[in-house]
Design a binder for this molecule. Structure first.
Ligand code: SF4
Ligand code: SF4
Length: 102
């Protein structure tokens, strides 16, 4: 087993770091990561006080009484290309990434 990597046109080897987890306890639901992800991997959800997940949009008012807080989630991890744009822009260091094994 070794890390999956590709060879760029420059000849440089690049090892994609695929998204593994978002720390919901640290996430403030700011949506920065959602805006930079080029692959539609992420989805913002609302958590109510019973832990239920509700559909929300980035434009929803935080004062909405249906949920306690908004958090980012991984909705389509299979679409991730491992670019790490999400973690580089996250102000709360919520992301965990890892190389794929081949
Ligand atoms: S690593 Fe890139 S493709 Fe994957 S979730 Fe983050 S921004 Fe999207
Ligand atoms: S950038 Fe970080 S804090 Fe903001 S929504 Fe994404 S994971 Fe949460």
């Amino acid at each position: 087993m070794s890390d999956f990597s590709v060879t760029l046109p420059s000849g440089e080897a690049w090892t994609p770091q695929f998204v593994q987890n978002i720390n919901e306890a640290h996430c403030i639901g700011c949506g920065r990561c959602f805006k930079v992800c080029p692959r539609g991997v992420l989805e913002l959800v609302g958590l109510n006080d019973e832990g239920e997940r509700l559909a929300v949009s980035l434009d929803d008012d935080d004062d909405d009484e249906e949920y306690e807080k908004k958090v980012m989630t991984i909705a389509h991890g299979e679409l991730c290309i491992g670019c790490t744009a999400c973690s580089r822009i996250c102000p709360k260091k919520c992301y965990t990434h890892a190389a794929a094994q081949v």
